[in-house]
Design a protein around this ligand. Structure first.
Ligand code: G4P
Length: 528
């Protein structure tokens, strides 16, 4: 019988992050193809050419817009490992969902579009990785199309992210005329062949230097020179700096044509750390072989209209999970049965009987669980709080038809618990007109849509003058409330947020009243 530690060693749990359109969905699909999870043909992750989506789009809104808002968890085997791929939301608006998914991952793959390099959202996501010390691999995608020269792309990574790029593979041929890659470790040149839309694995051929020189001509000479130069200046993969987020192993490829996808997957197996003992709130670690514990990183309701259920996504942190075991819900300390444990593959659900560190389970109708909670057996366990994010958009919500107030209130509480949006209440208006706080506009659309479709409460949203928030406390709240251009609202967890109309105004208040508590929140927006 295997131990949790042995099973953990065979697992890799990571998320793909990218600016929209860089190719995250395509790459996910190709991972599944190479992992054998799609049979022999790719093409099911995203609706393409009229085909219906099979994995991601489980909400109406997503289907209407053809985007994926909620995250999916995909599990597949590759080589002798089990890969857990946590899919972060792919829409244009940054949302706090991504922070939470990253909290459950051991590493990330950052996808860049070769023609665009580092884009605003890449930078924002990267900041989260650095903040949380999540090591990341970089995949430079769309090399089959004209784009920026590879050395220039490395330069961008180095200067913009201040992280040392260490190529694992180096491209032969320029963007748009991509022939293959040199593996920096072995010096072996692998040439790729195209398949129609990359629906099957890309045939590969190992070509020796002599043949490469005669068949690839100048492209080979240039690639060779650059690859050598990079090795000489020490741009080689270094596990220690990679784990410390000081360097990033770089892969070149094209998800569309499958070029380089296999090397990237090999990189995931070889470089991404397997699940390690998780740090607890008191700074100690819970060993992998200790009894089962898991972290709730996402709560989602309404995923399946037919079932009207609520699912808590749990990343297993220690021990062996066995379906049906009685576990404790961290915050309330209440015991519950884990009879309804599932794995998700988009809309398909399967019962999961056993899970190990690094795996992700969906616990159905575990109504006591909130994002950030621990689920455990044995010794009481608490994880450090998940990073708070600083909302940048604030809208006041009211129910349109007051006879639906009860439904409205229930929906607001539910969406708040799921973390779909932050709900802030003021002393006087309370639940009548809470302020919804978000990092991206899309969160408001999701909330409006869900309140109407799941709770039957149509709402109207009105803008507020606020643009920035700071965390404050009870002592400072009264003084702040008395000021103009400032309001203090409360979250359900008791956190008080001071809202300001402008950064300028906030800075003045801070300067004039140094005694007031006004804390900057982690992952503060406005990096740009
Ligand atoms: P995202 O999830 O990061 O938002 O990106 P997604 O995979 O949806 O890819 C965005 C667009 O880029 C898609 O084109 C996709 O086909 C294309 N793409 C992804 N990888 C590559 C690549 O390696 N090379 C090239 N040339 N294109 C790539 P689309 O026109 O929006 O959709 P579709 O009609 O092709 O599906």
């Amino acid at each position: 019988m295997s131990s949790p530690r042995e099973e953990a060693a065979k697992r890799r749990t990571f998320a793909i992050i990218s600016h929209p359109d860089a190719g995250k969905t395509t790459l996910t699909e190709k991972f599944l193809l190479y992992g054998g999870a799609l049979g022999k043909e790719a093409g099911t992750v995203k609706a393409r050419e009229g085909r219906r989506s099979a994995t991601s789009d489980w909400m109406d809104l997503e289907q209407q817009r053809g985007i994926s808002i909620t995250s999916t968890v995909l599990q597949f085997d590759y080589r002798d490992c089990t890969i857990n791929l946590l899919d972060t939301p792919g829409h244009r608006d940054f949302s706090e969902d991504t922070y939470r998914v990253l909290a459950a991952a051991d590493a990330a793959v950052m996808v860049l579009d070769a023609a665009k390099g580092i884009e605003p959202q890449t930078l924002k996501l990267f900041e989260v990785c650095r903040e949380r010390e999540i090591p990341f691999l970089t995949f430079i995608n769309k090399f089959d199309r004209p784009g920026v020269a590879p050395l220039e792309l490395l330069d961008q990574i180095e200067t913009t992210l201040v992280v040392e790029p260490t190529p694992v593979t180096w491209p032969v041929g320029i963007p748009g005329d991509f022939r293959g890659v040199i593996h920096q470790d072995t010096g072996v040149y692998t040439r790729f062949e195209r398949t129609a839309r990359g629906s099957t694995m890309a045939p590969e051929e190992e070509v020796d230097a002599e043949r490469a020189a005669s068949e690839e001509g100048e492209s080979w000479d240039t690639a060779q020179e650059e690859a050598e130069l990079l090795r000489e200046v020490g741009r080689v993969v270094d596990q220690k700096t990679f784990l410390g987020c000081e360097s990033t192993p770089v892969f070149f490829g094209s998800a569309l044509t499958n070029f380089g996808v296999r090397f990237l997957l090999d990189g995931v197996i070889d470089l991404v750390p397997s699940p390690a003992p998780r740090v607890l709130a008191d700074g100690s670690r819970r060993g992998l072989d200790e009894p089962f514990s898991g972290l709730v990183f996402k709560v989602q309701a309404g995923m399946d209209k037919a079932h009207r259920d609520r699912i808590a996504f749990v990343r297993v942190c220690s021990g062996k999970f066995e379906r049906g075991m009685m576990a404790y819900a961290g915050r309330t300390g209440r015991q519950f049965s884990t009879k309804y444990a599932q794995t998700m593959f988009g809309q398909d659900r399967d019962t999961v009987d056993v899970a190990w560190p690094g795996d992700v389970l969906g616990l159905v109708n575990a109504n006591d669980l909130r994002v950030g909670d621990a689920v455990y057996v044995g010794n009481e366990t608490e994880f450090p709080p998940l990073p708070a994010f600083a909302p940048e958009l604030f809208m006041r919500a009211r129910v349109k038809d007051t006879s639906k107030f009860k439904q409205f209130r229930k929906g607001i509480v539910q969406l708040d618990e799921e973390g779909a949006v932050q709900v802030l209440r003021d002393q006087d208006l309370g639940d009548q007109a809470p302020v919804l706080a978000a990092v991206g506009q899309m969160q408001f659309e999701v909330v409006t849509h869900r309140l109407e479709s799941e709770f039957g409460a149509e709402i109207e949203l009105n803008s507020t003058p606020y643009t920035i928030a700071r965390r404050t406390d009870a002592e400072s709240a009264a003084e702040l409330r008395a000021m103009q251009g400032v309001d203090v609202l409360e979250r359900a967890d008791g956190t008080r947020l001071a809202l300001f109309e402008s950064k300028y105004w906030m800075d003045r208040v801070v300067a004039d009243h140094p005694d007031l508590t006004l804390e900057r929140m982690v992952a503060e927006g406005g990096l740009f």
